[in-house]
Design a protein around this ligand. Sequence first.
Ligand code: JHZ
Length: 396
Amino acid sequence: MNKKFLDLGLQPLANRYLNSYKKLSANKKELYKLTVGFNTKTKLVSLINKIPDKKMFDSSYPYKSSMSKTMTDSFKKLSAKIKKRFNPKLFLEIGSNDGALIKNFDKDKVICVEPCSNLAKITNLKGYFTYNNYWNLSLSNKIKSKFNFVDVIYSANTITHINNLNEVFKSITNILDENGILIIEDPSFLECIKKLSYDQFYNEHIYVFSALSVRQLIGKFGLELFDIEKLDTHGGSLRYYIKRINNKKIKIKNSVSKQLSNELKFGLGKYLTYKNFGISVNKSKNNLIKIFKKLKSKNMKIIGYGATAKACTVLNYCKIGRDIIDYFVDTTPDKSNKYMPGKNIKIFKYDRKLLTNVDYIYLGAWNFKKEIFNKEKNFIKRGGKFITHVPSPKII
Ligand code: JHZ
């Protein structure tokens, strides 16, 4: 049974940056309920109100994985690891975005799948064979008829964006070699709860996985976990290594039982833990608002750094608007000169000059804190401060 534990109010679609200033009243039709539930049987955390994928992933999807050095470094390391550990003859990436990972592989050994045509175009132009498609059974059959079987399938921050998980895994097992490996990587609900990072919830994140829920989910398809890696990326993620249950050649590592027992110890099997998370989120909201109001009462100039999908949730949930944050800066070209959904705060292409005379910066991309602090040493040196809501609202 799916039991609601979090209500983030009415929210616009994240990653739908507005081309011009729009009054919220004119925008009401484009707001959707954002509530989150926990399935007590499957242990899966999911949005209650789901948005059709065609409304989210199309020809103008702005997010590009290669916009941060942290991510490109992480993908470089991972590709070396995959080559060494599994030596794939044919590697398939589901949700290849702008090719941040596959650029580390030989072109003739890679198949990409990407539903956003603007992104699929990038990898196709670079010479990587890319299907501009959603991941589903009909595509899987198409790939099977052309390539037969694939020995390594990888997907980061994509599976959790697809509503029909049964079709996702059916389509994977349809083409995965009998000794093949599936690797998926997504934010960890355990980290989300520890960091109180409720901004992991927005329309695109239909699910936030735990090892507990992934184990249940894949078991139905004759798959099992054989290794789990903890990652710092995207606020704390898990990389799940999966094989067919029938494949006895690969040993199951201790990392699997360790993660599962940590999650159980933390209470991820019980609804009460989720309910308490919901209560803490509400407190976090009130504390963040207090910080902003206090600073504004002293006429401080505040801007946002990283016009993330996550920030969209925070701004709309906490009702933080243009009266508090003057503008956002972001390096992504497709976000430049647009406005934050729902709150109409302007986004400028990142330029260090935009940080002059700024007193406080709200970290929209708190998951890249290290990289950003490194880049903004001068701002910090001259006494500039950052505001974050993770793990609790504070000035740093
Ligand atoms: P970032 C997106 O979420 C959407 P977002 C998606 N649904 C998902 O799952 C994750 O990504 C993976 C900018 N930036 O990665 C670049 C700077 O301006 O936290 C990005 O716009 N300067 C697919 O949007 C944003 O911040 C910098 O120095 O929450 C980061 O977005 C750095 C490091 C980043 O994902």
